[in-house]
Design a protein around this ligand. Structure first.
Ligand SMILES: [Zn+2]
Length: 321
């Protein structure tokens, strides 16, 4: 049995058919983790869909209503860039429930791994870039509401800027957002995260890992988080159709190691969410996500995890540096 749990539901599939977003990747990754013998069925737990109350912790009631009732405007659909269906909407509620559960499991076991989620282009009042609901933000708000965490950090390593997440938490001192992304890429407007690392086109393994390491260590030095949400997008990969960075499989694994190792060394648990991945061959995208899971096991076994008995007292916000 693995030292952490995967969170997965067949309902994660957005059922997009032939679309650049391979929404069947969740099912394929679940199958790969089992078929390679890395995980067994008992390593997976099934989430409940988020409740509407959970979704409303982040999203505007009118946006939720339009999704729920299938009354999106033409403009809404254009921005979302995926076709509307009931299954699509249910998949977003399920992904948000999965990220909430992955966060809870991370607090207990050091790591929680949602085999889905990472919809960082979701805004309170609209969706865009394949993201209708921002599961990252919903998870943080629900865990805060339940008193399980006070302060969270989002480490967004998808090749695209985390514009929705940055907007949602703008001016909120309880959530630190770090986004490292290709600057000359979607979204054209990049509202400021707490810390943005804008990368030039074609940046490769060495520069990426160097700049991410500097940014993440600086972030941890200035902000004490009770939980990191690691947005482990597969699209910084050199073979990605929607990305313009040049990371190899080894470079992506080194990125995973850096984020997981640094957080756990500082006794900060990590909830992992998948986000994007548009390699020509979907198998490459699956390999990148599966490698993140392997790294999670390796790092967790090396560093270990002891769940804290309680949250630190409210004045106790100085980070371990
Ligand atoms: Zn992306």
């Amino acid at each position: 049995m693995l030292p952490f749990r995967f969170v997965y539901a067949d309902g994660y599939d957005l059922h997009l058919g032939a679309h650049v977003f391979p929404s069947q990747k969740y099912r394929l990754l679940h199958r790969r983790l089992l078929s390679e013998g890395f995980a067994e069925p008992a390593d997976f737990v099934a989430p409940e869909p988020a409740s509407d109350d959970d979704i409303l912790l982040v999203h505007d009631p009118l946006w939720v209503k339009r999704l729920r009732t299938g009354t999106l405007s033409y403009h809404d659909i254009l921005r979302l860039e995926i076709p509307y269906s009931r299954q699509m909407v249910e998949a977003f509620w399920m992904a948000a429930g999965g990220s909430i559960l992955a966060g809870r499991l991370a607090l207990e076991q050091g790591i929680g791994f949602n085999v889905g989620g990472g919809f960082h282009h979701g805004f309170p009042e609209h969706g865009e870039g394949f993201c209708a609901i921002n599961d990252i933000a919903v998870a943080i708000r629900r865990l805060q509401r339940d008193g399980l965490i006070r302060r969270a950090m989002v480490v967004d390593c998808d090749v695209h800027h985390g514009n929705g997440t940055a907007t949602i938490f703008s001016g909120d001192s309880s959530v630190f957002t770090l986004s490292i992304h290709q600057y000359n890429n979607y979204p054209s407007e990049k509202p400021a995260s707490s810390l943005d690392v804008h990368l030039a086109d074609g940046v490769g393994d060495a520069e990426y890992v160097h700049r991410l390491g500097n940014a993440f260590r600086a972030a941890i030095g200035m902000f004490h988080a009770d939980l990191v949400i690691y947005v482990a997008g597969a699209d910084p990969y050199c073979g990605d159709q929607l990305g313009g960075l040049d990371l190899s499989l080894d470079g992506l694994a080194e990125r995973d190691r850096l984020v997981l190792w640094t957080a756990l060394q500082h006794k900060i648990p990590v909830a992992i969410v998948l986000a994007g991945g548009y390699a020509e061959s979907v198998e490459d995208t699956i390999t990148i996500h599966a490698n993140t899971a392997r790294m999670a096991k390796d790092v967790l076994e090396r560093v270990g995890w002891k769940a804290p008995d309680r949250l630190p007292a409210s004045g106790d916000t100085a980070g371990p540096g």
